[in-house]
Write a protein that binds this ligand. Structure first.
Ligand code: COA
Length: 259
């Protein structure tokens, strides 16, 4: 797999996606958004990819936001298109049936914070900084931040962060529920792998259905309890379900095959 703005590397069935524009602190230009879209298509398609880590190149920044240079002369209509395109790609990440973890290795600002929140959970390095500083530029969040930050940290905290544009450090982000763990920079990927290895031992269907059911909480068009019940039912027609229950009864480790 080769992309203009991303490095990709497979390790233990996890695709590590590194956003690679270190000169501009990995800011998200159109090409990064297109590359993320294309790489996620492959994640959905290839069964050998069981999970994903998204991180940023270098030691300073995960992603310092959308590329401000591309915003210089946008019309209202173009700005709406930019927001919708970013939202669609981040939604593809959020709805991925395989676990996607953000390893936040520095600045996660603006679109960077929104990207991290579109991942299923976040692991932050001790040097990570989170925030939605768009108001400093006379604009506002556009890649889903008003929705996802509110879901993650609650209305009061989201409101304060977004309308002041202030940033928070990794410990505050963990206290807010934005990051699951804070670890030294050198342990970021190891921490992600230690969690993902556990997920890889489970039935990928059970994992994917669980992600879908959790995401249903925020879809007002559907009843999440119905979604959960139906997906629970779907598990029962899989060989993995038979294997899991049989293995428990036989007091052995299950071997899930993903069908
Ligand atoms: N878009 C485009 N370029 C960006 C960028 C962004 N979001 N964030 C940083 N860069 C560029 C800078 O312009 C600079 O480029 P230069 O070397 O050609 O001057 C380079 O990345 C390094 O950034 P710099 O500002 O010199 O680093 P710093 O350590 O002093 O500050 C930040 C780091 C993150 C605090 C600062 O870069 C910043 O505020 N970035 C914008 C954050 C933002 O508002 N994001 C939301 C965008 S909608």
């Amino acid at each position: 797999m080769s992309f203009q703005t991303l490095f990709t590397k497979m390790e233990d069935h996890t695709l590590i996606i590194t956003i690679n524009r270190p000169d501009v602190l990995n800011a998200l230009n159109k090409q990064v958004i297109n590359d993320l879209d294309a790489v996620m298509d492959r994640v959905y398609k290839f069964p050998e990819i069981k999970s994903v880590v998204i991180t940023g190149a270098g030691l300073k920044s995960f992603v310092a936001g959308a590329d401000i240079k591309e915003f210089e002369s946008l019309s209202k209509e173009q700005a709406i298109e930019v927001a919708k395109r970013g939202q669609a790609v981040f939604s593809k990440i959020e709805h991925c049936p395989k676990p996607v973890v953000a390893c936040v290795n520095g600045f996660a600002l603006g679109g960077g914070c929104e990207l991290a929140m579109s991942c299923h959970f976040v692991i932050a390095s001790e040097s990570a900084t989170f925030g939605q500083p768009e108001v400093n530029l006379g604009i506002m969040v556009g890649y889903g931040g008003s929705q996802r930050l509110t879901q993650r940290v609650g209305k009061g905290r989201a409101m304060e962060l977004i309308i002041t544009g202030k940033t928070i450090n990794a410990t505050q982000a963990m206290n807010y529920g934005l990051a699951n763990y804070v670890v030294p920079q050198t342990e970021l990927l190891d921490k992600a792998f230690s969690i993902l290895r556990v997920c890889h031992e489970k039935s990928p269907i059970a994992v994917g259905n669980s992600i879908k059911a959790i995401n249903a909480v925020w879809d007002e068009q559907i009843n999440g309890y119905d979604v959960e019940a139906n997906l629970f039912g779907e598990c029962f027609i899989t060989d993995d379900c038979k294997e899991g229950i049989q293995a428990f009864l036989e007091k052995r480790k299950p071997h899930f095959k993903g069908h």
